[in-house]
Design a protein around this ligand. Structure first.
Ligand SMILES: [Zn+2]
Length: 485
């Protein structure tokens, strides 16, 4: 460890956080009295028992005979596996991050739990999620914020990680990627910058009250890794390796089973339908929890778009707003459009959907834990099916508490606002699924005062019945809504 590791970055001033994590209170006081040179570049060892700070045998003998250390004061080797530490020192990464990793493993990172173990009063609970004690492993791998950052970075890293509750296992998992020839240098080293970023982000959050989104931190971590590796002439050739690793990834993960998010998270799959020349875009979505239970699903007709990418981006904007309205905050979004996922996760611009991306980012900032990942079409089939419904049913937007089943009545409530032609301003109201027509009608009557139009759909036959605001049934054609406003 160097003296400069205890400084605030680029400033020759002690960093109070690092300081507390490394030195005991008594030594901190002594160190604070030291004058910090403005110009000195290299660290040197100093012998404290001679005036000229040079070691002499005589002074060494004096120390050996006069200074006795109590049993307690014997310097204990720091905790953490030596093998892992040796691997860390060999990594081709910036020294500051090597030291950081060493501190993580040695229990020298000034997390609140660590401070308490040094009898420094601190609230042990993670201030970010308030769900667990802030240990090094929690902070870097298990905290919901850390999980969101790792997921946002997964596009750059070429895979998604699942971390355990053991810090050494998690760091070993990242170190093992060095041996895998199919993974590019950039992909295998970026995780260490992400860890560093998580620590910086935590300090900015706690001490400067800066709250950046998970997506922002993931991008910053990846960018810093790329810049450092480029400057240091490490081969950052992504193209060949990425190709290999993504084929590898596709082969190993290509299955049709939807997988649930980790506990405490929701997953939202969405999909949009685009047909050239059609004057509207369809989109469908489904929110499921970690047990796979569907909490909300629905579909909508959005304004006209001009490409598949624009349709998918519009769909994403719509479901972000949906998540916000419903109060869902810990959401993993999934879509089957790789181009959109890459644009979002690499923070890239696009010539024809630039302003749409701007609005998406605006909404993502409101949901700082959200992230978008790419899945194959099979895994996204529920959202695809819902999206298709939007074109067959002549409503603008609706949602279901339970996903559609082929044998029941769905009661759809469409709230028409003053400008029914503008689909984006139409607000879908979540209603219920009823198994008999009479139940559906009686519910329709009970809420009739608040809405303008009801639709009852028998999904098995796709028969649509128009109900007036009095709740009375009225036979009508499928396109009745086009004229019923
Ligand atoms: Zn946390």
């Amino acid at each position: 460890m160097k003296v400069s590791d205890l400084w605030l970055e680029n400033r020759r001033e002690w960093d109070p956080v690092t300081f507390e994590g490394v030195l005991n209170p008594e030594d901190q006081e002594l160190a604070k009295k030291l004058y910090i040179s403005k110009y000195a570049e290299d660290d040197t060892y100093e012998w404290a028992y001679t005036k000229n700070a040079q070691y002499t045998v005589r002074s060494g003998y004096w120390v050996a005979t006069h200074i006795t250390l109590d049993e307690e004061d014997h310097i204990q080797p720091p905790q953490g596996s030596l093998t892992i530490k040796q691997q860390i020192w060999k990594l081709p990464i910036t020294p500051k991050i090597k030291h950081f990793l060493w501190r993580c493993l040695s229990g020298a990172l000034a997390t609140t739990t660590q401070l308490r173990s040094r009898t420094i009063p601190a609230d042990p609970i993670c201030q970010r999620c308030c769900q667990a004690e802030e240990t090094t492993n929690h902070l870097l791998f298990l905290c919901s914020f850390a999980q969101a950052v790792w997921r946002c970075a997964s596009t750059q890293l070429g895979r998604q990680f699942s971390f355990s509750d053991n810090l050494e296992d998690n760091i070993t998992l990242l170190l093992q990627r060095q041996q895998d020839q199919t993974i590019s240098k950039l992909h295998s080293l970026t995780p260490f910058w992400i860890m560093w970023r998580l620590w910086k982000s935590r300090n900015a959050y706690l001490f400067q009250k800066i709250n950046r989104s998970a997506g922002h931190e993931a991008i910053k971590g990846s960018q810093e890794a790329m810049e450092w590796l480029e400057v240091n002439n490490t081969q950052v050739d992504e193209s060949q390796n990425t190709c290999q690793s993504s084929t590898h990834m596709n082969r190993s993960t290509r299955n049709s089973h939807w997988s649930p998010p980790p506990q405490g998270w929701l997953k939202c799959n969405f999909d949009s339908g685009y047909v050239t020349g059609r004057d509207f875009t369809t989109t469908g979505w489904i929110f499921r929890d970690w047990n796979g239970k569907a909490l909300l699903s629905g579909c909508a007709r959005l304004p006209k778009t001009h490409s598949v990418l624009e349709a998918e981006a519009f769909g994403f904007l719509h479901v972000l707003q949906m998540a916000w309205i419903k109060g869902f905050r810990n959401v993993w979004f999934e879509c089957d459009n790789l181009e959109l996922t890459t644009l979002i996760n690499k923070w890239e611009d696009h010539v024809s959907i630039g302003s749409l991306l701007y609005d998406i980012r605006h909404w993502m900032m409101k949901l700082p834990l959200c992230s978008l990942a790419h899945v194959n079409r099979e895994k996204n089939s529920a959202a695809d099916a819902l999206s298709r419904q939007a074109s067959s049913i002549m409503t603008m937007s609706h949602s279901f508490i339970t996903p559609p089943s082929p044998t029941s009545f769905r009661l759809l409530v469409v709230v028409a606002n003053s400008n029914p032609n503008n689909a984006t301003q139409s607000v879908a109201t979540v209603v219920q699924q009823h198994h008999t027509r009479s139940h559906a009608c009686s519910f329709a009557s009970s809420v009739a005062k608040n809405v303008f139009v009801f639709l009852l759909v028998l999904t098995a036959t796709n028969k649509v019945v128009h109900v007036t605001t009095t709740g009375r049934l009225k036979k009508a054609a499928q396109n009745v809504l086009n004229t019923s406003y």
